[in-house]
Design a protein around this ligand. Structure first.
Ligand code: HEC
Length: 154
């Protein structure tokens, strides 16, 4: 009896240590180019910006991917994007009104148009704050006041 409870405690300890060090909490993602990526299943941005995370996973993943790394040659990365870092308001414009202009991200030009994604300022701010802080991005935040400077045209 004693030995069994000791084993239970040991297994529990290994499990929680694993959780703490994150090595049990990664999932494998295969990109369209078939490379395997390890994505943290517990990105702190998911808990901090739950509404934005939900919108991202519903609308943006198709092109920018769960990894935030996009698809080479077609859809630009959001993870580590120098463009996003330097143009927070442009990200709001992208999600509200879409974009027909080519953008250069980390030295590569992307010219496929992006369709509008959300129809109100609250959703725009939620999803942009998520991408500004997901995948290790540390690009700050935008506010409703920033979003309201943009005219919704579509
Ligand atoms: C149908 C594909 C598609 C969807 C869905 C999509 N995008 Fe895009 N996105 C693009 C393309 C293509 C570009 C680059 C061309 C451009 O900006 O006109 C882009 C560019 C961007 C950029 C600026 C470039 C960069 O990488 O920093 C941001 C920010 C962005 N998208 C955010 C989003 C967010 C947030 C969503 C979801 C709310 C979203 N996109 C949904 C295709 C898409």
């Amino acid at each position: 009896m004693k030995r069994i409870s000791l084993i239970v405690v040991m297994v529990g300890l290994v499990f929680f240590a694993g959780k703490a060090f994150g090595f049990l909490s990664h999932k494998v993602v295969r990109t369209t180019s078939n490379e395997i990526l390890y994505v943290s299943a517990n990105d702190p941005a998911d808990a901090k910006y739950p509404k934005g995370a939900k919108i991202f996973k519903e609308k943006c993943v198709a092109c920018h991917q769960l990894t935030g790394m996009g698809v080479p040659g077609a859809f630009p990365p959001l993870k580590g994007s120098d463009y996003l870092k330097a143009n927070k308001s442009a990200a709001l414009v992208h999600v509200l009104n879409g974009s027909n202009e080519a953008v250069t991200v980390n030295g590569t030009s992307y010219s496929i148009p992006m369709p509008p994604q959300v129809d109100n300022y609250e959703d725009a701010v939620s999803v942009v704050n998520y991408i500004l802080n997901a995948w290790g991005n540390n690009y700050g935040t935008v506010t409703i006041a920033d979003a309201k400077k943009i005219k919704i045209v579509r």
